[in-house]
Design a protein around this ligand. Sequence first.
Ligand code: CO
Length: 184
Amino acid sequence: MVYPIFVYGSPVLRKVANEIDKNYPKLNEFIENMFETMQKSDGIGLAAPQIGESIRLFVINGAPWAEDDESLRYFKKTFINAKIYERSGDDNIYNEGCLSLPGIREEITRKSKIKISYYDENFELHDEEFDGLKARVIQHEYDHIDGILLIDHLPPLKRKLLKRRLTDISKGIVDVSYKIKAPK
Ligand code: CO
């Protein structure tokens, strides 16, 4: 099942999401639907709050970026109750977009390396280190479960310039190829 994507202005995108346990109802089905929704909207990452569920879960499928980075081809993962406990390396700049901010792309600075612990879809615990585009996408999705959006990383002036477009997005006035749910 493909869910509509909640866009900017939706209160759920601003909440600190809750941890879940393995008894979360219909977890497998939910994860499957997350991947399907992400694929339909040409995203490479999707966090549960973006489909209206305030839980600490996000999915990533790097395959569409495999031409830029071959190691992303089979980078398909579910992150549950993730904790980034270390960010290190250089400050990297990358042009990021977000399914909840259709039409907006901005240069965002993030650390190049992270260490993260998380549960996978079978509730097995992992502790791993990621760098490059993987660290980039994970940090973006991780922000979502803390109620943070990419525009929060912009200097105030740049953010001000986006105000009109953000208001339009919150009203659903935006050209977008996937199904969205606007708050107004
Ligand atoms: Co996003």
